[in-house]
Design a protein around this ligand. Sequence first.
Ligand code: F6R
Length: 613
Amino acid sequence: MCGIVGFIGREEAAPILLEGLSRLEYRGYDSAGIAVYDPEEGLQVVKAKGRLQVLSDIVAGGKTIHGTVGLGHTRWATHGEPSDVNSHPHVSEDGRIAVVHNGIIENYMEIKEYLQGKGVKFVSQTDTEVVAQLLEYYYKKQPDDLLGAVVKVLHRIQGAYAFGIISADHPDQLVAARKDSPLILGYGKGFHFLASDVTAVIRYTREVSYLDDGEIAVLTADSVQVYNALLEPVEKEHHQVDWEISAAEKGGYEHFMAKEIMEQPKAFRDTVFPRIQEGQVVLDDLQLPVEYLREMDKVYIIACGSSYHVGMAAKYTLEKLLRKPVEVTLASEFRYCDPIVTDRTLALVISQSGETIDTLAAMREAKRLGARVLSIVNVVGSTIARESDDVLYTWAGPEIAVATTKAYSTQLAVVYLIGLYCAKLLGTVGEEEYRAIVDELLLIPTKIEEILANRGDIQYFASIYFNHPSIFFIGRNIDYAVGLEGSLKLKEISYIHSEAYAAGELKHGTISLIEPGTLVVALAGHGKLFEKTMSNVVEVKSRGADVLGVTTAGRTEQMGKTADHVIPVPDTHPMLLPSLEVVPMQLFAYYVALQRGCDIDKPRNLAKSVTVE
Ligand code: F6R
């Protein structure tokens, strides 16, 4: 949700900022802008509604700006519609301070009215302009103390923020501050960066640190000083980013989503294989004592969106393996539902970005209530990862497409590992069953490869159904969990209305929407429930639905007797089925969206990392 980048060094800042923004565009893409301090012209700002390309074209078309310190922003609108004037950076009335912001200033209206009362003129509808104007206001009261003015502003505002700030009076400084929105610092020889994530800086440096809430940083070309909220100097640990820039590029694919779907076998292997040694799940990075597990009263899974759908599958898996109650809740609901959490509750927090504000806030609430937090996170060093008691990383690499695919698959993989590991400690899984699941787990990447090799069939089904106005997904148990994800994938990138239902629930209302020609995607991989789901398939067929079935290879023929088409997935242990079934769902959504000419990697109204409530 909004990407910010700041650069200070000895080279021209504008091209570096634009390059950084191109890596951050997945975080928001309704407008973009840069501000650079030009020693001759003062602060120069170029910003425009639309994709980053619009801004790049303006800059390339003659609006050249010189200077070695600057800020860039790519926006996902919250306050104020997408427009040129609402785009960031925002500049103070005297044109001497520029600000980029990711987050929401909740009390902006009250401050705006206060400043308006002092005669300050505002030009935009954004909460961020208030910060630029307030900075000028405090700075004028105590000139030459930019840091002091920043601190005063931070005390006055409420909400979530990651800021980048430059000032014409201090062109040798770039100021950064954060609370509840991600911000990293990048270190180079003779240059430094601030950015929403490492993708924006990796081309220039691999050395980064992660700002914590309440911290402020002052960057110059040759130094970085970080302070806590009391303005005491803080030593930051430096980290080396260990992935290549090619991981954040399309690598010959038309879309990041296609690339990321195809990367799933590797991502699954990277996540699982090093954690299985001599047939045993080894989680060296997990510190859950067996006594804790024995006493544990329940597992509370907290997540949003697709990560929540992983949680839905995890409920079935973990309850079966651990014989402990597992509750799954949407993070945005958890905070306000007075949850029953004790110091014996394990909060299992699932997040690709590790920055989703709803998930982060729910996690903090769970901690406050006494829960121990184990998180499954993809982005190393993200806030959720750092604030958890234990974190298990999904080694999926950077995920750029807004619609998650490989992160979902690796999250599932980590759920299996946690389930097996804890069940073994608790003695709730038999040796034979344990071995059977571990053996199958190792075969999953090859089986995903098999599905990917047959993607032409799924492209064909997409070409038949891409114009359907409404598509239903049904399934039971873990098939239902996959249906939820299949439906979300489809609607978010193709804009086709879609719903997922527990197959047995359809007849309690939703079946009234089924009419001749309605497409129903029926997931029936779960062997024990196959017949039950098939009876629901018969119900929708008798009302004229077209049925696209998904089941295991061994049942394809049987399902084909009723369904119009069947997508087979290789046979596997029932618990691991979601890892296979989800792949045709991702491919189906992708090819449908492709047929419809949708902007697959950047669907309308969405952004990758949701850092506002
Ligand atoms: C859908 C999708 C979103 C995310 C959700 C949570 O394709 O990607 O639904 O799953 O916004 O994000 P994370 O996992 O980063 O917390």
